[in-house]
Write a protein that binds this ligand. Sequence first.
Ligand SMILES: [Zn+2]
Ligand SMILES: [Zn+2]
Length: 512
Amino acid sequence: MPKRKAVTNDEPDESDLSPPPQGLLDAVPPSSITLAPDDLLIKEAPRKRRKVKQSNDGRSDKEEVVPARKRRTEKSQIKVELAVEVEVEGEGEGEGKGEGEVEVVDTVKVKTKRKSKVDKERELVEMPLAARTVGHKLIIGAHVSAAGGVHKAIPNSVHIGANAFALFLKSQRKWENPPLLDTHTTAFHAHCKTHSYDQTNHIVPHGSYLVNLAHTDKTRTAQAYAAFLDDLKRCERLGISLYNFHPGNDQNNDRPKALAHLASNLNRAHAETKTVITLLETMAHGGNTLGSTFADLRSIIDLVHDKSRVGVCIDICHIFAAGYDLRSPSAFRETMDEFDRVVGFKYLKAMHLNDSKAPLGSFKDLHANIGTGFIGLRGFRHIANEPRLAGIPWVLETPIEVRDADGVVVKDKKGKVLEDRGIWAREIKLVEGLVGMDTEGEAFGGLEDELARRGGPERARLLEQIERVKEKKEKMKKGKRKGARRKGEEDEGGGRSGESSPLSDLGDEVSV
Ligand SMILES: [Zn+2]
Ligand SMILES: [Zn+2]
């Protein structure tokens, strides 16, 4: 690997392998992980203070803005925090140099020695943002970064107190990727053993966004299939049993053909591998996106020969956006019963745990922090207490950007959005705490109200956007009737049609 200049650790490291939220290490002390409303989820933007950072190669000091965290002034606390924040990335594994020395000149100046990646990894494990809950019936984690290699996902998962996790096995944005290294594979197995992650039930890699196994074009199919099969083989080398992917799109307005094509690719892939179970993810978009109805999933499963090799990953945000309600006890039961009737719980192997910034039936894929979206904390209380959903890995894919009191994202001087992985640590504890929680009690009511309040600006923004798009659509319809429709304005990208297309030009959507 070529030597790199020392960089600050808030720069992404091999970002192709990072999950959608990427960023700096966080050092929120474990003591802040409580169920008190003030400590949950999106913390208001902290007061900023400056610190001076000095790299050990004698170059000039760098200055950057860092969150003030809680206003603790004990020097020991500051030392610990700064030790994490100012660490400078080493230039290779095994280049261990001992602990970075931190000398607190005053509360804002600090000198440090470079830390190796090994030290960095050890700190993630030894100074977690929250301790992992032992013996809980829910197995909850997040989609963590695998920047630097798949084995890096494990310390990142321990760091947030997760008992399950998702990761990308290679870049989700590139077709060509280097092979899985033996050293990474060995480290992955060793880390799983050390930290008691069961590779058959705690880890659910996420497939590439580029792959569309339903594409019937020959060349495109070959490319997608090769990338997919390569991922499954990586899973098997890593001892991983579950693999989650997006079912894809129907490109030719022939849904049955697309579903059959997808199933035939799955059958091929199953024949070329031995153990890994391929999980169809439920999707938010309607139109020609496959997997937005339970019936789609059933159709695919029906066509898969080896039923022991196919399963489903329910994304809570996606099914809600696709029209399956989860909010009232009766609506939740109805949705669960429908899933059981159409698909069957025996196929449910994993869940993505996300609230939704967009309302029911909006066909929008916009993840919100738990309790802050249109599903709300009550919906997640139903989920946490549903026995048919327990015992499988639940993975948070919620936003971790820091927002201020008005819900506006906080950026550093360079314009980079600040991230806080403590959000995941707190959400894991939040959801674990919902088991058996009395919805009539004061604790629940307080949490519910506070989280709903924090998500208010984003929900209002989305409703406004949706309203604007509807109006635009109405105008276009009128214009169309007059023969004045602008050419090419609709169906851009050939990806969507039907109900979902009116909203598809909302700019901030990312499908995950
Ligand atoms: Zn999504
Ligand atoms: Zn996904």
